[in-house]
Design a protein. Structure first.
Length: 212
């Protein structure tokens, strides 16, 4: 991977530990819209868009009730929950070193652009990235991470053989495969991508060893 010139990072479960904020906002939304429901274990569900995540958590509820839940969650998350995200150990220092070598760094996330941008800015990480792409960064929104990865590749003229994607989810692995990118699984994250990945990062700083 040492001829890599561009690195695309997932956000939740790769750059930041966002569980506390997601749980806080979900708890607030449940209290307002589904007070009869208990708080589910959300850790294993983090990664897909929030609509997909909540549909898995509450499969018996009709779309209208889930829609109200999502609205309440998003409002609380943008105002409060996203600010509870913390970078995984080694993230700021490793990003600085990668950037200093001339690597172009990107973020590709299922989070809405407003909350993703707020997290990166709040944690002092935004300066290291050439671009952060969310589904609603374009109109109409892209429907999958693979579409987002192809958009980044086209927009920034990324050579597939010189691009590495880092993430913890199955959609991250499939996005890399669909574009011909190398893939590093964030084994410390929430998603199951590390179970089948050839290259695993047990901690974020491992990424530097693979790339440099």
């Amino acid at each position: 991977m040492r001829n890599t010139s561009a690195v695309i990072f997932d956000l939740d479960g790769t750059l930041v530990d966002s569980l506390a904020g997601i749980e806080s906002s979900a708890r607030s939304a449940i209290a307002r819209t589904l007070p009869e429901e208990l708080m589910p274990d959300l850790r294993a569900l983090i990664g897909p868009p929030i609509a997909e995540m909540f549909a898995k958590a509450w499969p018996s509820h009709e779309p209208e009730r889930l829609g109200r839940l999502i609205e309440e969650f998003r409002a609380h998350y943008l105002a409060v929950g996203c600010l509870l995200s913390t970078p995984f150990p080694g993230v700021p220092e490793t990003l600085a070193r990668l950037h200093s070598t001339g690597l172009r760094l990107f973020v590709l996330t299922n989070k809405p652009a407003a909350s993703a941008g707020k997290i990166l800015e709040h944690l002092g990480l935004s300066a290291w990235f050439a671009s952060s792409l969310s589904p609603d960064s374009i109109t109409p929104p892209f429907g999958s991470k693979s579409e987002g990865a192809r958009l980044l590749m086209k927009r920034f003229d990324l050579a597939p053989e010189k691009t590495t994607l880092v993430g913890d989810g199955v959609d991250d692995a499939s996005s890399a495969a669909s574009c011909g990118f190398r893939f590093i699984a964030a084994a410390y994250g929430y998603g199951p991508a590390a179970a089948t990945a050839a290259t695993r990062a047990e901690k974020f700083s491992d990424i530097e060893r693979y790339l440099l």
